[in-house]
Design a protein around this ligand. Structure first.
Ligand SMILES: Nc1ccn([C@@H]2O[C@H](COP(=O)(O)OP(=O)(O)OP(=O)(O)O)[C@@H](O)[C@H]2O)c(=O)n1
Ligand SMILES: C[C@](O)(CO)[C@H](O)COP(=O)(O)O
Length: 243
């Protein structure tokens, strides 16, 4: 295995429009604690000694990324190897486009480890990233994701959410988080296959599971939350201030 293969590339899907956030600008460009959500997310990886590079996958109509690239303190010392390309109509297509770029434009090897992490999750902890990286040494797994066990009782509603349908067993039930870490070509091929089969993929693990791959679960902090709706922003601001 080449040294670069043992390092990790990070792929940040950042091409969403944040419709549930109902904000005037895409939520990844909202500012808290003096920086955009996307900058806070990127900053989570700057202390990762095994980081080979980051690729950010932005929307074709994104009018914010170029000025962030020019002006952000994050990139001013040139230490952070940053690339970017363009996303697709859903998260899975965005990730697939980013992986295609890593394979064909940067020419990374098929076995390169890649961590896919939502631009909208700015609170992931370095300890959790290191715990996920450790899975590279587990030959029984094809990759792994960060997650945490469900703590609340889980209800499935009826179709119009007017009342409880029934209570789901929460035994062995987990919240899936990101990063989700897999080998480059295997993940790319799984996303392609899942798309061809019209299999719904809301995270990378769904595609790997669809192909029968073995995906590990690494317990991570439950404050690795995703900015999805307005109330999340205040919680993320509180969490970032507490760091
Ligand atoms: N076509 C898409 C859709 C989503 N994402 C990214 O996937 C992550 C998680 O998606 P989500 O929280 O759903 O973001 P949005 O799709 O922007 O939100 P919404 O569903 O409310 O529109 C985000 O970082 C988002 O930018 C993406 O890169 N490309
Ligand atoms: C990938 C993810 O963050 C894992 O929980 C989640 O599936 C993203 O869902 P979204 O609807 O695209 O935000």
């Amino acid at each position: 295995m080449s040294i670069s293969e043992n390092k990790v590339w990070v792929l940040i899907p950042a091409a969403g429009i944040g419709s549930r956030m109902r904000s005037e600008i895409p939520k990844q460009y909202l500012s808290v604690c003096g920086a955009t959500i996307l900058e806070h997310t990127l900053r989570c990886f700057t202390d990762l000694s095994e980081l080979a590079g980051i690729i950010v996958v932005v929307n074709h109509e994104d009018t914010y990324w170029q000025s962030l690239l020019q002006e952000s303190q994050l990139f001013s010392n040139g230490k952070l190897k940053i690339r970017y390309t363009y996303g697709g109509s859903d998260r899975a297509e965005t990730v697939q486009n980013g992986l295609h770029y890593l394979l064909n434009d940067i020419g990374l090897s098929d076995d390169q480890w890649v961590m896919v992490h939502d631009a909208a999750r700015p609170c992931v902890r370095l300890d959790d990233l290191l715990a996920l990286l450790a899975v590279r040494d587990d030959c029984d797994l094809d990759g792994a994701i960060l997650g945490y066990r469900v703590k609340d009782t889980m209800k499935r509603s009826n179709a119009d959410a007017s009342k409880i349908g029934f209570t789901e067993s929460r035994e062995n039930l987990w919240h899936a988080l990101t990063p989700q870490m897999f080998r480059l070509k295997e993940l790319f091929d799984s996303l392609v296959e899942a798309k061809l089969a019209k299999h719904v993929v809301t995270d990378e693990a769904s595609a790997m599971e669809f192909l029968g791959k073995k995906v590990g679960l690494v317990e991570g902090a439950s404050d690795n939350i995703k900015l999805t709706s307005p109330s999340d922003l205040r919680l993320i601001e509180f969490l970032l201030k507490a760091r």
